[in-house]
Write a protein that binds this ligand. Structure first.
Ligand code: CTP
Ligand code: CA
Length: 224
């Protein structure tokens, strides 16, 4: 019922959101991943849908169900997420990158399961960088208006401001990783050209609804 009464601030907008962790294969049965639960991204997808948007959620592996009315595209690796996101943002008005994308993939991943050897040695993994999905979408000519996230364990303000510049996005949303990873509540800080604004500590769904209002107001100013 609360959902029904949300102001339709994103009516007529096409929104793409990335969420969850990525899983980078080591071999067919092993991956390297991270502690992202996907809760913040999924809550944001639900809030955007409640606000009247047409929402595509590009999701890494999570235990969460897609919110009602949201189209979900399932991916595993960062490179799959990159391909799916670039496809999904065609004609989109807004892109919100919430996913905890692995910064590297295993360059020497094996096509068959790695086996223990007699000598008791361990495999040597080599890493190669993954594409930066947000930075790339932000650079697209005629691309969507972009929002980034930054989960940091320390120096949130410094890192978030630098990240906003580096990614070339008009709005970057910061939170402390202690809150971000698998917690029920979150505190968001908004960094834009005007400066920064702290939102209160809120349950993730409340924070998502509040964030949708903040994003929609800025989007309406930038792209009426
Ligand atoms: N992001 C992305 N693709 C990547 C890495 C990050 O789209 N390959 C997005 C995230 O979804 C988030 C933002 O970029 O919205 C910031 O991610 P973060 O990991 O905090 O920044 P990095 O630039 O990867 O820097 P670092 O991990 O070193 O702090
Ligand atoms: Ca990163």
């Amino acid at each position: 019922l609360i959902a029904f009464f949300q102001p339709k601030v994103l009516a007529g907008r096409r929104v793409v959101i990335t969420a969850g962790p990525t899983a980078e294969p080591i071999d067919p049965v092993r991956v390297i991943s991270n502690r992202s639960s996907g809760k913040t991204g999924y809550a944001l997808a639900r809030a955007a849908r409640e606000a009247g948007a047409e929402v595509t959620l590009v999701s890494g592996p999570t235990l969460l169900a897609a919110p009602a009315g949201v189209a979900r595209v399932d991916v595993e690796s960062a490179r799959q997420m990159h391909a799916a996101a670039l496809q999904a943002v065609r004609g989109a008005d807004l892109f919100v990158a919430v996913a905890a994308v692995a910064d590297w993939h295993v360059a020497n991943a094996s096509d068959s399961k790695l086996k223990k050897t007699e000598g008791g040695g361990a495999p040597e993994l080599r890493f190669a960088p993954n594409p930066d999905i947000l930075a790339e979408v932000a650079r697209l000519p005629d691309g969507p208006w972009c929002v980034g996230f930054a989960a940091e364990t320390e120096n949130l303000y410094e890192h978030a401001r630098a990240k906003r510049e580096r990614k070339g996005v008009p709005l970057l949303v910061g939170n402390l990783a202690q809150h971000a990873m698998n917690a029920e509540t979150t505190q968001l800080v908004l960094f834009d050209a005007q400066g920064e604004a702290e939102l209160p500590v809120l349950p993730k769904m409340e924070a998502a609804r509040r964030l949708v209002q903040e994003i929609a107001a800025r989007l309406d100013r930038a792209r009426p």
